[in-house]
Write a protein that binds this ligand. Structure first.
Ligand code: URA
Length: 188
């Protein structure tokens, strides 16, 4: 499938009830040749309105972490587990995730990133381990097939619990170090 076909299919998707209440499908954004991909949970209100992931309050905080560790937002790819906003930002239902995950898989197949970083518990439980404990396992890298994966706190959690911000900075520095390490590997 090409990017165009995938994006078209996603934007016209009616597989679950979230399609009835969306303003925009939030497909994903960034560099389609990225080494690093971030996967969040689901669009919120601002994302639903603009069609772009991580542009609301949580997104602005996430941008600050990218800037703090020297990662350009335009160099990475950012997507969500769900492409449509759940009403009142409730947690995505398992059946919604089941119906939507094919789009994410196809995005990963097209991008072929080397690093996948889950933003928060929901995507970590789906993509790394169903028993993932974000408070214990954040920042720990695991190898899954050809990908290196880890999860960091979701920026919305940091807005609710700012005491966790130092851990997030440490984890994001480790993401940047992994990314820089890839450049070394390519030069070898
Ligand atoms: N939270 C997410 O998980 N994704 C977004 O795009 C915005 C907020």
């Amino acid at each position: 499938m090409t990017w165009e076909e995938l994006e078209n299919e996603c934007k016209n998707c009616k597989k679950c009830e979230l399609s009835a209440t969306r303003t925009n499908c939030v497909f994903g954004c960034g560099n389609r040749n990225a080494d690093l991909m971030f996967v969040g949970e689901a669009p919120g209100e601002n994302e639903d309105m603009t069609g772009v992931p991580f542009v609301g309050r949580a997104g602005k905080l996430f941008d600050q972490y990218l800037a703090a560790v020297g990662i350009e937002r335009g160099d990475v790819y950012i997507a969500n587990m769900l492409k449509c906003r759940p009403p009142k930002n409730r947690d995505p239902k398992p059946e919604e995730q089941d119906l939507c995950i094919g789009y994410l898989r196809e995005q990963v197949r097209l991008i072929r990133p080397k690093l996948i970083v889950c933003l928060g518990r929901i995507s970590a439980m789906r993509l790394i381990d169903p028993d993932f404990r974000i408070t214990k396992q954040h920042g720990q890298w695991v190898k899954r097939g050809q990908f290196e994966m880890c999860a960091v706190y979701h920026p919305s959690l940091l807005l609710r619990d700012p005491r966790r911000k130092p851990e997030m900075l440490t984890d994001m520095k480790s993401v940047k170090a992994k990314l820089d390490g890839l450049k070394g590997e390519a030069a070898e």
